[in-house]
Write a protein that binds this ligand. Structure first.
Ligand code: FNR
Length: 189
């Protein structure tokens, strides 16, 4: 059976470089793996009073179920002020809340992080900022590959198509490595 990766873009922007990176990743998966793309549209701001009154929102539960059905989670993160964007952290915070309608999705789940930035450092500080969060969630973080797409304004064209051959090869290699890790985790290795 094919290895199922769910990718989440941490940007809501229609012309997001990170969503473009996620889209490109979907086209580069090997024959043994698939990548399904999710966005954070519709996820409300975390509010403990809402949670107490109404439980975890439907949009969060829908994303929870998609993650639960996957073998691995790929976070495609922008960098804001040398860290991860609030909208992305907010969604992960909601997803970390227990609910009778939600599966526990983080503990032991294979997770990898990539990201794209128009600047020269390609989200390195944002990716580093995710590390304590991933450790707290108890995921299996795949750290053998690294992908920080810098100068991303030139790596994608105006339509968001990946036009840089070197990045394409780096992304393909990263995805192959992560999918193999997720597959071996799913097999109980
Ligand atoms: C940014 N940007 C940015 N880039 C970076 O490399 N390091 C940084 O610290 C920041 N800080 C930052 C803060 C805020 C509030 C914004 C809005 C932007 C630029 C950012 O990388 C750029 O806008 C990307 O295009 C955002 O990702 P998407 O939306 O294209 O996926």
């Amino acid at each position: 059976m094919s290895t199922r990766i769910l990718g989440i873009s941490g940007s809501l922007r229609q012309k997001s470089l990170n969503t473009a990176l996620l889209r490109a990743a979907g086209k580069l998966m090997s024959a043994e793996a698939t990548l399904d793309a999710a966005t954070l549209h519709g996820i409300p701001l975390y509010d403990g009073d809402v949670e107490e009154r109404e439980g975890v929102p439907t949009s969060v539960l829908e994303l929870n179920h998609r993650i639960a059905a996957s073998d691995g989670l790929l976070l495609v993160t922008p960098e804001y002020n040398n860290s991860m964007p609030g909208v992305f952290k907010n969604a992960i915070d909601w997803l970390s809340r227990p609910s009778p309608d939600a599966a526990p999705i983080f503990k032991g789940r294979p997770v990898a992080v990539i990201g794209a930035s128009p600047g020269g450092f390609g989200t390195i500080l944002s990716q580093n900022a995710w590390l304590p969060v991933l450790r707290t969630l108890g995921v299996r973080h795949w750290a053998e590959g690294r992908l920080m797409v810098s100068r991303a304004g030139k790596v994608f064209d105006d339509q968001g198509e990946l036009v840089d051959e070197a990045t394409r090869e780096q992304l393909r290699k990263f995805l192959d490595g992560f999918a193999a890790f997720a597959a071996s985790s799913a097999a109980g290795e």
